[in-house]
Structures are given as C-alpha cells and as structure tokens.
Design a protein around this ligand. Structure first.
Ligand SMILES: [Zn+2]
Length: 411
C-alpha cells in the first residue's frame, strides 16, 4: 500500500484536514454568534440567523448549548400588535466571571469582570521589579481582594488571565533586559497559580492583552483587523486578525520593540543596535533624562515636558520617527482597519510625538474611502492590559481559545 500520508489526491487531503477544518468551523461559528450578541445586546434566533448568515440549525445548536451552560439566557420579548413575539437571546452576564491581572515593573493591576464585560472589582498593588518569590503572593493577594470586593461565587469564576511584558522563551540576552521581568522566564507560573487558586490560568504578553482590551472596551471596539502599539516600560505590539489575537509560534507575534529601526543606532540589550524600543518606550524616555526606570513613573516625564527639557524634546523627535516607521511597517504588512496606540505614555507627550510624525507618509492604508482614521489613541484606560487579560478566560468559557493558552514559561 502506498504511503497515504504522501498522497496528494483530493480524497486523502480532505481526510487528513477535515478534523481541523470542522473544529475551526465550530469555533468560528461560535465566535460569530457570540460577537453578534455582544455587539447587539439582544437578538432573536431569526435575527442571529440573518446577521450571521448561519443556518437555522447551527444557530439553534450554538444557542441551546450556551443556554444549557447558563452562558446565554432566552426570554420573552414584549408583545406586539402582530401576535406572539419571538423569544430574545442575550448573554447571561452573571453566568461566569473572569479575573485579569497585569504584572509590570512597578504595579500589579487586577480586575474582575462578569460575562457581559462589566467591571465588578478592581485592585492595584505597588511592586518593584518583582521576582516570583515576591510576585506570586502579590498575585494571590490581588485575586483574594477581587473575589472579596465583588462577592461573586468562586465556582462561577471561569479563570484568571495573567499578563506581563514579553518576549517569552527566547535567548537569554533578549529575556534579560530592563523592560522584561527576567526571573519569571523559568518560573512555572501557570502551574503554581492554578494549584494555589484551583482555577484555570492563562498567561499572555501584555501587548496582546492590551490589543484585546482596546478591542472589547476601548477605541477599536468591534473591529476585526487592527494593530495595537503598546507603549509601556518597553515597546510591544498586539495584532488582531479576523477578530482573533495573533500569537505566532511561541506567542511572541507583534514583538515590535526589537525591530531594528536605525542600523547604526543605540545598542539594545537583545544584542542588536537601533531597536525601536530604544527610541519609543517609557524606559528610553527616562534614559534620555538620566533617570532610572526602576524608580520612575510617567509623572517624571510630564514634569520634564512642562519644563520643555531639551533632552526630552530631542527624544520626542526620534520617538516620533520611530512611531511613524512602526505604523508604516504595520500598515503595509497587515492592511489593518487602523493602528491603535495604547499604554502608559502620558497623553500630552503622546500627542506631541504624533504631531512630529505628521503628515503620515503614504502606505497601503492611504485611500480616500477610509471611514476610520489610520491612527487612533486607546481609550480603555490604565488597566487596558488587565482588562484584556480578563477577556481570555471569558473566551475560554465559550470554547473559543485553547484550554491552556500559554505554556511558554516552562510549565
Ligand atoms: Zn533589541
């Protein structure tokens, strides 16, 4: 018998791929139904069929499954003059809850959301470059505070999303710089936190989470294709393609901070020179002022900007050029609906940086029929990455993400 794995006739190819296709189709259909209901609030099954263009049977199967699991509710709509009204489906906000935690160099932000996306509790704990010995108890403390504040039943919490700066699991030089949390690279966070809380834990990089935060709660709500530039201590990017966060093979997709911008530029801890993060990040701004990012916060930059510090103004020129090149690269690579900029750069500085790069040069995004600006500023607030972190367990409730998102950190 010939080796059927090597045959390329249609029948064998279909047999090999059909399982994957069916699972993808199922996830896609669930996502489409969930998105329609999330964006419209309430819909009848007929409305869902019309909006999603799925078959009556598919809509019914998905709706019945989610009603059975208390994730959707179906109720009578108001009577009309034309007789018996259809029943109305909506997301059962109290059907599940999710926790999102963002661990950064200076702070731990936690939020607890219901299935409808409403924030029921928030907490913030100051930290200082936490290693796992200090950080794990802080994460557990934040979780306990969120559950106490919100008074939700622990059994209804579908999981915990934890985000921190990437990249993960690359060579030692890239993982040991001042803008990442190096000690966590070899720490089995998912296993430890799952064990101590009894809840599923999902690990993600903060820029991808910020993209999801802006997608669900901020400036790009409902958009299915966009790029997010996340300016934190370092510089990261999140890419959302057809409504799904793009992760790449190791979860490091969008790690734009180490894209070389200036060939003979500043040395970067990753071993290259002229990386974008050396010109556009809170760390690079502190550095130009001779400040230590371990002890600074963005208010230091606002104070320097108020005084029109020449070193900061010079930094802003390079930051603007870097941002422009990042935007043009992302546009020409992804053809996104927009590029959203979010993170912790104070708005006054960010406005000025954007001003320095105008007019934005031509790219594939330059066309007259645009309805959305090429660049948007994020609106999800300081907790954008924590909010995005909480989205991943919620998606998992609907079977839309893999059970364990990230085993990157040597779990
Ligand atoms: Zn670099």
């Amino acid at each position: 018998m010939p080796n059927d794995r090597l045959q390329t006739d249609g029948a064998t190819l279909n047999a090999t791929l059909s399982g994957t296709n069916l699972e993808n189709a199922k996830q896609h259909n669930r996502r489409v139904v969930l998105e329609a209901l999330r964006l419209h609030g309430e819909l009848s099954r007929a409305d869902l069929k019309r909006l999603t263009r799925l078959s009556t049977q598919t809509v019914s199967n998905i709706a019945d499954e989610f009603i059975e699991r208390s994730l959707f509710i179906e109720s009578d709509s108001r009577p009309t003059a034309r007789g018996k009204p259809p029943k109305i489906l909506s997301i059962n906000a109290k059907g599940a809850y999710s926790i999102g935690l963002q661990l950064d160099h200076r702070k731990l932000i936690g939020v607890l959301l219901d299935l409808g996306g409403e924030e029921l509790a928030r907490t913030r704990i100051d930290v200082s470059h936490p290693n796992p010995a200090e950080g794990l108890p802080a994460l557990e403390q934040a979780i306990a505070e969120l559950i106490t504040q919100s008074k939700v039943a622990r059994a209804r919490i579908c999981g915990i999303g934890v985000v921190m700066p990437g990249p993960f699991n690359v060579n030692e030089t890239t993982a040991s710089g001042p803008t990442v949390l190096p000690e966590w690279q070899a720490f089995p966070l998912v296993a430890k936190l799952s064990h101590s809380t009894g809840l599923p834990v999902y690990l993600e990089n903060d820029a991808t989470a910020a993209a999801m935060g802006e997608s669900y709660f901020g400036a790009v709500k409902g958009m299915r294709n966009f790029a997010c530039i996340y300016i934190g201590t370092g510089l990261g990017g999140g890419l959302v393609i057809e409504g799904r966060p793009m992760r790449g093979k190791n979860g490091n997709a969008g790690e734009i901070g180490h894209v070389p911008i200036f060939p003979d530029g500043k040395p970067c801890y990753c071993g290259n020179t002229g990386c974008a993060e050396q010109y556009l990040s809170l760390h690079s701004a502190y550095d130009c002022l001779g400040l230590d990012s371990a002890t600074c916060d963005p208010s230091f930059l606002e104070a320097a900007f108020e005084k029109r510090d020449p070193k900061l103004l010079e930094w802003m020129q390079a930051a603007g050029l870097t941002l422009k090149l990042m935007i043009l690269g992302l546009e020409n690579t992804l053809d996104p609906e927009t590029v959203v900029i979010t993170g912790y750069m104070p708005k006054k500085l960010l406005d000025q940086i954007i001003h320095t790069m105008e007019p934005l040069a031509q790219s594939v995004s330059s066309h007259n029929e645009r309805k959305t600006p090429r660049v948007l500023l994020g609106t999800a607030g300081d907790e954008v990455a924590a909010l995005g972190a909480a989205v991943f367990p919620l998606l998992q409730s609907f079977g839309l993400v893999a059970p364990v998102l990230a085993t990157r950190m040597k779990d």
